[in-house]
Design a protein around this ligand. Structure first.
Ligand code: ADP
Ligand code: ZN
Length: 740
């Protein structure tokens, strides 16, 4: 029997603190720290977590009873509670919100492991093809379901198949009646970690061995440590992770491998499963039942190795030895809704608490991690050579200022790129064309000389606001009215630049009618397996030209690709974000890594209006260190991370006036307070957000910079009592990756 009479409860509501409740006798056996409970809050009954037990009566007017303790064995360990508390403090979000992030929703709902209904072919390929021809006209959706199954080469979950083919359940029933397919039960374990045959580890190269030794030493010493493993793509980082994980597992410790969402492919998972038993996968694409069963496999100690995207950092491993963060520079590690955490940083928080080792891996580390390795906070180690000594591809930069179609403005494809495309394609080789379309906002530029309107104080491209006809700096709110003609070459009319993958595809179909392009972007890749399918089509050579956004920038290995064209290196470069150069460099380096994977070698063509820009030049020269030196100087001069800490406060509401007022009010209070605790806070703005209106909501930005996050968050805690007032909501984003 639990002798404590009161429970401290964190509820899932925007409250800054925990609440106390009395424990009725009937529940005193069940209640434990970390258990999920139901408690009254005002007139409602809300869910929450017990985070403490005490016998001291709290000083409150009226104390209410805990209503229910949920059993089912689901509870959060104390370590997890501490981690969520730290997250709540660092990212300035309610503790309850941080706790909610830790448990996947299928787990919270207590889903029992369910079997998934699936469908598979029971006739051979020839018979199916004959049927397909018949069905195509009469029942196109049934035909599409058949071809999807044929494509997949294995059974498919019902839900997924009907999503992909838009075939109704009745249609699928019909296929079964015609004895083309059969229904069966797909059990989650089967799909994910069957006892696959194991492959032995490689004999490491001397560089790999050195990297592994450093990690091993830390693992054997026990205790917290961070290693930054920098190695170009194909240099054998994953093999180092695998052998480090082996050591952790041998010691009886668990390991987590975080990979960016897009890299979490069956091939990646297989590499781990072919080395270890008990590999669990945590991924939001999993069906709820699968997610639930994987999570419990980890919680119950049946899986020691977890591989997953961002939220896998919270995997419920009992004894954690190692966390690997692959492609640690990836911005998708930052979660864009509350608690707005960065998985790499949370990995480090968790490892520090649990005495584990973190390995950060990347070809192009974030400036933050690179700087930490420079200053000795992390241990840095590099892999300089690709396995098999395959050379990096030759990169050429094409200056788009010279690329005009007479009377039709700038070409999409430079003459040089077009020439190389013809050359490669005619030899039966393949081409990748890359365009990052995320540069949503047109910026003011000169079509002839490439001049881009920038803020004199922030070195950030100004964004054109059509409504007011001004060009605005989104950091300091300085604005200028854009000149009619280019001030640099005093000739051409300025225009704004905007093109997308769709337009490229159209152009390719026109210029290269004899070849088949395949386009991959968020518009064309909706289904769960559409990635896989597109890649397979390309791999088999059924399409010769792959056009895509950052979705295609990484991880893939197509030996027959001898040419990679970057349609515009400028889209990210001109984003109103201090990380624009860093992201440009990373993206170009990664895209370039797609070329020359096979014995035929490869070539990369980068098209740009800024061919002398240092991020582009450095990427073309495969010179990370040169880039990093230069970029660090710039960051230091302006106090951006890693030299300063930055917090964004976004104000959002229907009435522009009220939004502005609230933003100004906070800015003024913070300016007055700045220096109170001996820590200066630089207040930049407020200014309208780059996207100043979304769904009829006005948005304003306030940027805060200081030497430490604590300085800013402490100040914010004092001023932002009312998260929503007068119809204006404030959203605090610590270390923001999205300034829009
Ligand atoms: P990265 O993760 O840095 O991109 P990988 O670990 O995927 O690199 O290695 C690239 C390729 O080289 C893979 O096919 C891998 O199996 C192979 N490889 C890695 N290490 C070795 C080694 N020591 N000897 C032989 N092949 C290796
Ligand atoms: Zn500015």
């Amino acid at each position: 029997m639990n002798s404590k009479q009161y429970a401290e409860v964190v509820v899932n509501a925007p409250l800054g603190k925990s609440l106390h409740y009395r424990i009725p006798d009937a529940l005193s056996n069940q209640i434990k720290i970390g258990r999920r409970v139901k408690v009254p809050l005002g007139k409602r009954l809300v869910g929450g977590y017990c985070v403490g037990l005490t016998s001291c009566a709290p000083v409150v007017k009226e104390i209410k009873d805990v209503v229910e303790v949920q059993d089912g064995g689901l509870s959060l360990r104390e370590g997890m509670l501490r981690l969520t508390q730290e997250i709540s403090k660092h990212y300035l979000c309610p503790w309850g919100v941080a706790i909610e992030a830790v448990l996947p929703s299928p787990v919270k709902r207590g889903l029992k492991t369910k079997k998934t209904k699936a469908l598979r072919l029971i006739k051979d390929k020839e018979a199916i093809l004959t049927e397909l021809a018949l069905l195509k006209k009469r029942a196109p959706r049934q035909a599409s379901a058949l071809s999807a199954l044929l494509e997949a080469g294995e059974g498919m979950a019902l839900k997924e198949l009907s999503q992909l083919s838009r075939c109704s359940p009745a249609g699928l029933q019909n296929l079964a009646r015609r004895r083309l397919v059969e229904f069966y039960d797909l059990s989650p374990q089967e799909t994910l970690w069957s006892g696959k045959p194991k492959s032995p580890p490689f004999i490491l190269t001397s560089e790999q061995q050195k990297a592994l030794d450093i990690i091993m030493t830390k693992l054997r010493e026990g205790g917290f440590g961070v290693v930054l493993l920098q190695g170009v793509t194909g240099s054998g980082k994953t093999e180092v992770y695998l052998q480090a994980i082996q050591e952790a597992v041998t010691q009886g410790l668990g390991a987590i491998v975080l990979v960016p969402e897009v890299s979490l492919t069956p091939q990646t998972v297989e590499r781990f499963q072919s080395r270890f038993d008990g590999v669990a996968v945590l991924h939001s694409y999993l069906s709820e039942a699968e997610h639930n069963s994987q999570w419990h496999a980890v919680a119950e100690g049946r899986a020691q190795v977890v591989i997953g995207a961002r939220s896998a950092v919270f995997a419920p491993l009992e004894r954690l030895g190692l966390i690997v963060v692959d492609e640690e520079h990836e911005t998708t590690y930052k979660q864009e809704n509350p608690p707005r955490y960065h998985a790499r940083d949370v990995a480090i928080m968790r490892a520090r608490q649990e005495g584990a080792v973190v390995v950060l891996g990347s070809a192009t580390p974030s400036l933050e991690s690179y700087f930490n390795a420079l200053t000795g906070k992390y241990e840095g180690v590099t892999l300089t050579k690709r396995i098999g000594d395959r050379p990096l591809p030759r990169v050429e930069i094409v200056d788009m200022k010279g690329e005009f179609h007479v009377g039709r403005g700038t070409r999409l494809l430079s003459r040089r790129l077009e020439h190389y495309m013809k050359q490669s394609l005619s030899k039966g080789e393949q081409v990748i064309l890359f365009l990052n379309r995320r540069g949503f906002s047109p910026f003011v530029s000169c079509p002839r000389c490439g001049f881009v309107l920038k803020c004199g104080r922030c070195d950030i491209a100004l964004t054109y606001h059509k409504k007011d006809h001004i060009a605005l700096c989104h950091y300091c709110h300085k604005d200028v009215s854009p000149p009619q003609d280019c001030p640099d070459c005093a000739g051409a009319k300025l225009n704004y630049f905007g093109l997308g993958t769709e337009r490229i595809e159209e152009e390719i179909r026109r210029s290269f009618p004899e070849y088949k392009p395949i386009r991959m972007d968020s518009d064309t890749m909706r289904g769960r397996k559409s990635h896989e399918k597109a890649f397979r089509t390309f791999q088999k050579g059924e399409a010769q030209i792959l056009i895509g956004t950052q979705m295609i920038a990484k991880g893939l290995d197509f030996p027959n690709v001898t040419l990679v064209g970057v349609i515009s290196a400028d889209t990210v470069l001109n984003l109103p974000d201090f990380r624009a150069c860093e992201r440009t460099f990373q993206l170009l380096a990664q895209v370039a890594g797609r070329a020359g994977r096979g014995p035929k070698g490869g070539r990369v063509v980068i098209q740009s209006f800024n061919p002398k820009q240092y991020a582009i030049l450095a990427a073309a020269a495969h010179d990370y260190h040169g880039f990093a030196q230069r970029e660090l100087e710039y960051r230091r001069a302006l106090g951006y991370p890693p030299f300063g800490c930055m917090v964004r406060v976004l104000f959002r509401g229907r009435k522009e006036g009220a939004v502005r007022e609230k933003a100004l009010e906070m800015a003024n209070t913070l300016k007055e307070m700045s220096g109170d605790n001996g820590q200066r806070i630089e207040v930049v703005g407020p200014a309208p957000a780059p996207i100043s209106r979304i769904r009829n909501m006005s948005r304003w930005n306030l940027i805060l910079k200081a030497r430490s996050y604590a300085a800013i968050t402490e100040a914010l805690e004092k001023v932002s009592r009312n998260k929503t007032s007068k119809g204006v909501r404030e959203i605090i984003d610590v270390d923001p990756y999205n300034m829009l």
